[in-house]
Structures are given as structure tokens and as C-alpha cells.
Design a protein around this ligand. Sequence first.
Ligand code: PLP
Length: 442
Amino acid sequence: MTEQPRNVPNNLEAFWMPFSANRQFKQAPRMFVGAKDMHYVTSDGRQVLDGTAGLWCVNAGHCRPKITEAIRQQAGELDYAPAFQMGHPKAFELASRLATIAPEGLDHVFFTNSGSESVETALKIALAYQRVRGEGSRFRLIGRERGYHGVNFGGISVGGIVGNRKMFGTLLTGVDHMRHTHDPARNGYSKGATEHGVELAEDLVRIATLHDPSTIAAVIVEPVAGSTGVLPPPKGYLKRLREICDQHGILLIFDEVITGYGRMGTAFAADYFGVTPDIMVTAKGLTNGVIPMGAVYVRDEIYDAFMNGPEHLIEFAHGYTYSGNPIAAAAGLATLETYKEEGLFERARALEPVWAEAIHSLKGEPHVIDIRTIGLIGAIELEPMKGEPTKRAFTAFVRAFEAGLLIRTTGDIIALSPPLIVSEDQISEIVETLRKILRSLD
Ligand SMILES: Cc1ncc(COP(=O)(O)O)c(C=O)c1O
């Protein structure tokens, strides 16, 4: 039996929706009014299986009691504390806990409110660090084609998604981009890191030679590019980037906004690939997506380099009103406890082969031209419709929603990243629903 509609607003005009087809949505709204564990509830009372952990963030599943209760309690105890020149215990406790799960040496944490802010923070730390250590000539930031680093000016400058950049003028100056690593001709239907393409890391040498390494502050990459359609790195590629950075005094920044907090079956992608960056950018799964919060981890030498000069002076002129907000910190602590108590990172690790097998079983279905899986992430790339790119995947997205499954699409690629509590039966449900939809598409 379906429930009666509830909580449906009668005017959708005022809200300018982010990264959405506003007009299409407002003609046929898709509204969620509730959620529990692996499911959303729609405004017409249907259950929708969450194949994307919201937006790659609800790693422990929805409305988890410990997290909900921690937020409730904190809101009644200390709702807000000034973030500058004042503190509250939970922000310190959370930073210390995060340092214990971070790769060795990344023991200091700067809090933000989102992935985009974490990216800006990381880029600013990198530039400022080079300056405080006497390398002020290092002003360049290097990103990569097809990279996504949020939507603020620094992030879109080092990012490599044309559609996100072209409207916004000159962006940051002094930015260059390495080539992306996507090579379906050689690496089609991949599981885990891809076999071919380690040599693409040498593109950093080319850029460093062109500009001279002494002008480069940092390189930023997603260990697995997510938003441009799930592009796992070639085997050995990240390790080689690390070597080149070390050789030339360049900082290596990993943007782990989607790969962090268990998505790869390890705490971070840095652990999965065995490569430690100098700065690590995170958000999303940090609070299970429930309260906005980001965290930027830095190596001890970076933090220490700032702790100089007269002690009453502010060492780094950067921060947000909500950096380390008490309710976010409480949510973060409860999220980490939930991950630990339920062994969710290990669970994701154990599921990786099951997940890969299931998603790859869609090979050969209509329109499918490539499939990529890594950790609990999957991508199914569809052949675009002639003259109407993105339409086929968008149709799949709408049909999936109607069939009770939330997926995400980017271009003509279906991206999947379920909460880490997903069961094997639910993995089958995701795959079989998609199979039907693929067979129904024009
Ligand atoms: C790799 C990466 N960096 C940064 C961001 C931006 O995060 P936010 O939307 O929280 O600003 C995202 C969001 O998907 C992301 O995938």
C-alpha cells in the first residue's frame, strides 16, 4: 500500500536548484521525504534503494541512530561556539581521532564545511607553506584534465571539466593541467586500478620542465576521478606522481572527497594505493553527509612550518565561521564510531569482488560501451545518442527512480556508490533493475 503524499510544497519556483535541470525537475519533481538505512522514501510513499549513498556521502546508510542522537544531544548542549580564537572539546577530539585513521604523518586537520572549501583550503595551505619555508617562487598549481575539485574558483581552476569552467572568466592564473588517464581502448572493462597508462605520470615531468619545477607549489589529483565518470588510476601512476613530486619539492594533494572514509574498502584511497600525499582533502563521508563538514589533513612538517613567529599572532589567515562547528563535530565523532563498531570499511573491502562481479555482469547489455569498478564504486558507460549527448543516461536515471533505484549520471555514464551497509541481495537488485532499464532504452 502506498502512503498519501506528504510534505509536498506548492511552489517550486523560488529554489534555484544546484547542478540540476531546473525546468525539467519542476515539471516532474522527484522528492524525497524520508530515509532509513539503504532506502529513501518518496513524497508518494515509494521506497527507493540508494545506489549512490546520496551524493557519495552517506557511507553508513541513512538516519543511523548513533549519529542522529549525537546531533540531537549536541544541539541541546552547545549549539555553536566561535571558531576563531575560541575552542570546544569535540572539534579537538574529532581532529585527534581523524589523525589516528589517517595515513602516517598526516596528523593535523583543518576543518571546513564542504569538499569545495576543503579544496580551496588545501590550495591555500600549499601556496602559503611554500612561502613560509622560503620557496615563495612556487606559485603554480597543477591539476588534471577531467578532474573535479568542487565549484569554487580555486577548485574549478585546477579542475578539468570544461562545462564547469567555461562561464567563469580567467579563473586562477598560474595553473596548468596534466593529461587525464582515461584510456578505454587499452583499459576497457577494468576492475581496480587499470593495467595501462603509468607513463601518463610523466606528463608532470613535462609540465615541470616547461615551467621549471621551482615555480610549482603543488599538484592536486583525485586518486580515483569520480565526477567525470569513475576513472581509476593506472597501476603505479600515483606512486610515480609521488616520486616526481619528491624529486622536485612539489606538494602532492589527494582530493579524497569521495574516496575517503571507507569507499575504497580502506579508510582512504591513500591506503588502498599505498601512496601518502602531503595534503589530503576530505568531506562527505566525514559526517555521513548528515551535517556539512570537510577536513583537510596535512603532514606534520607543513603544520610545524607555520608555527613560527610571535605566539600571539595568527599563523594562517584562513578559516570559516563554521570550521569545527560543534554539531558537525559531534556528527563526525558518531560517524567514526559507527564505521568502527560496524566494521564498515572492512565490509566494503570484502564486498569489492562481489560488487565488481555483479556490475560487470552488465557487459553486453544494450548501449553499454565500458564498465569500471573499484572499491564500492562502479561506472557503466553508455553509448551517447546521436546528436543528443547525456540524454540516454538521463533517461536511465529517471527510469531508475521510477523503478525504485537511485543512480547518478554524469555525461552518458551511470555512476554507482552505495552505502557501505549494502547487502549482496541489494547489489543484485541494483544490477537487475539496471539491466531491465538498459534493455528498455532507445
Ligand atoms: C573529488 C571531489 N572534490 C570536491 C568535491 C566538492 O565537494 P562539495 O560538493 O561538498 O563542495 C566533490 C563533490 O562531489 C568531489 O567529488
